[in-house]
Design a protein around this ligand. Structure first.
Ligand code: GDP
Ligand code: MG
Length: 199
């Protein structure tokens, strides 16, 4: 290629549309916390599908558009055997969503241990963390203030994090949760696309 055509090509490249970036939401948490129900809710699946979810044995990946962003949502099983594979998804994560069953006080200690382990990984050190205190519709659900203490969230230091009460099954608090999700993507990635209005 001649020098002139190289120059013309690089000039034209300035006007070419960049491929749109896809952001990765990584959904983790103990088994039975409600991760797959949440993923189905974010993916606007039918009520029937949402209410007939079966336990995840592996992981599922969904590509969708959410609040003007191109998103890949990865829901990984929280069964003990699968927790050993969580680290294989850290590298690409732009936002970490950690779901807890707010009615299961007994397993919150286990959730804390797993969350600690996850957050110690260098690859996630800059990744915003959204904790969902799920199943708020159910009897005996603990409020987010208590879950914050039980999970030791106040010791997280400089990390961008937020806890939100929600019910994935009842579709309550999901939109406001995802508002943090999308805003933190904009903040942490210096993404220059205009901020969505979350309508
Ligand atoms: N009451 C109530 N049950 C929920 C909620 N979210 C999920 N569940 C139920 O909890 C069980 C486990 O949900 P699932 O999404 O499979 O959890 P996962 O193992 O974390 O993926 C299912 O029976 C869901 O219907 C919620 O917000 N409220
Ligand atoms: Mg699941």
């Amino acid at each position: 290629m001649s020098n002139l055509s190289k120059r013309v090509n690089s000039f034209l490249a300035l006007f070419r549309k960049k491929p749109e970036q896809e952001f990765n939401l990584l959904i983790l948490g103990l088994n039975h916390a409600g991760k797959t129900t949440l993923a189905a809710r974010i993916g606007s699946e039918s009520e029937e599908a949402i209410r007939s979810i079966t336990p995840t044995t592996n992981q599922t990946e969904k590509h969708l558009r959410f609040k003007k962003l191109k998103v890949c949502m990865r829901d990984v099983s929280g069964q003990w055997r699968m927790r050993q594979t969580w680290h294989t998804y850290y590298q690409e994560a732009n936002v970490l969503i950690f779901v807890v069953d707010s009615t299961d006080a007994f397993r919150l200690a286990e959730a804390r241990c797993e969350l600690c382990d996850v957050l110690l990984d260098e690859r996630l050190s800059e990744v915003p963390l959204l904790i969902l205190a799920n199943k708020q519709d159910a009897l005996g659900a603990l409020p987010s203030a208590i879950i914050t203490d039980l999970l030791g969230l106040r010791q997280l230091g400089g990390r961008l994090w937020h806890i939100q009460e929600c019910s994935a099954l009842g579709n309550d608090g999901i939109d406001v949760s995802m508002k943090f999700g999308t805003e933190s993507i904009y903040i942490s990635s210096n993404y220059t696309f205009p901020m969505p209005d979350h309508q």
